[in-house]
Design a protein around this ligand. Structure first.
Ligand code: XBP
Ligand code: MG
Length: 262
């Protein structure tokens, strides 16, 4: 089955705490500007995250929470566009830092020639802003493949985004490793037969992740910001961070298990 050839990253909750620092705030401001008195508290937003996709989330809230008829899709798109603008303003204002260990792990992968991709449910234009302002001005070039929300038929938990990412990488799924933060994301990766590890985020830290190789609370930084292993995996390195060498070991043990099963 071979070596680890590529890492495929989720975006929201994985690269940064975008749901907490930008998306939820953006939805609420967009509602207010539209003269609506709807407000998504952190608690309600946590529930609504069960529906990936911002436009789909608004529709779900309207019909299931408010019990109103299906909202006009153009109207939903308008609200969602305004949310994306507010999100982008926050990103550009530097209000959304990368999560602990993300820049380090991306650097290790690039140095080792492990290819990088993104498979996300979020929208491409704001995502490009996130890459440039939260990671680095040239960060979009680090990723050979970027698959964003509306570019596949079905959003996560459908495996479509991951299928497209591995196809564009030209690799079999079993040579890639996905990095996720949420149950629908893990479900999508598992359905695409991708090995997956989890860094839990603000909204997912108490969740379960069936099928994940390992669950951490963050990737962490060696000798300064330790990660915690929450489920699965193998003991973390002594320096306390999830690094590429550790991920390669996890990946190799999954390959060995699969070969033993075959
Ligand atoms: C998480 C999502 C997205 C965001 C909002 O995506 O479900 O819908 O909450 O982004 P990821 P949009 O797969 O990166 O975790 O409003 O652009 O959909
Ligand atoms: Mg996510």
């Amino acid at each position: 089955m071979g070596d680890l050839k590529a890492l495929i990253f989720d975006v929201d909750g994985t690269l940064a705490e975008t749901e907490r620092d930008a998306h939820r705030v953006g939805f609420n401001q967009a509602f207010e500007e539209a003269g609506l008195d709807d407000h998504w508290s952190p608690e309600l937003y946590g529930e609504l995250l069960a529906v990936p996709g911002g436009k789909e989330r608004i529709r779900h809230y309207w019909t299931r929470y408010k019990g109103e008829p299906e909202p006009d899709w153009e109207w939903v798109k308008g609200l969602h566009e305004r949310k994306a603008e507010i999100y982008t303003e926050r990103i550009r204002a530097g209000l959304v830092p990368p999560r602990s260990g993300i820049l380090r792990l991306l650097g290790e992968a690039r140095e080792a020639g492990v290819r990088l991709a993104i498979a996300t449910t979020t929208t491409r234009a704001p995502l490009m802003e996130l890459l440039a302002h939260t990671l680095a001005p040239e960060a979009a070039d680090w990723f050979e493949v970027i698959v964003a929300g509306d570019e596949v038929a079905e959003k996560k938990p459908s495996p479509d985004a991951y299928h497209k990412a591995v196809e564009e990488l030209g690799l079999p799924a079993e040579q890639c490793l996905a990095v996720e933060d949420s149950p629908p994301g893990v479900e999508a990766a598992v359905a695409a037969d991708l090995p997956v590890v989890v860094t839990t985020s603000e909204y997912t830290r108490d969740r379960e992740f069936p099928g994940a190789l390992a669950v951490f609370d963050r990737l962490g930084e060696p000798d300064s910001e330790a990660a915690r292993l929450l489920a699965g995996g193998a003991p973390l390195p002594e320096h306390g961070a999830v690094d590429l060498a550790y991920l390669r070991e996890l990946f190799a043990s999954r390959v060995a298990d699969r070969e033993a099963e075959a």
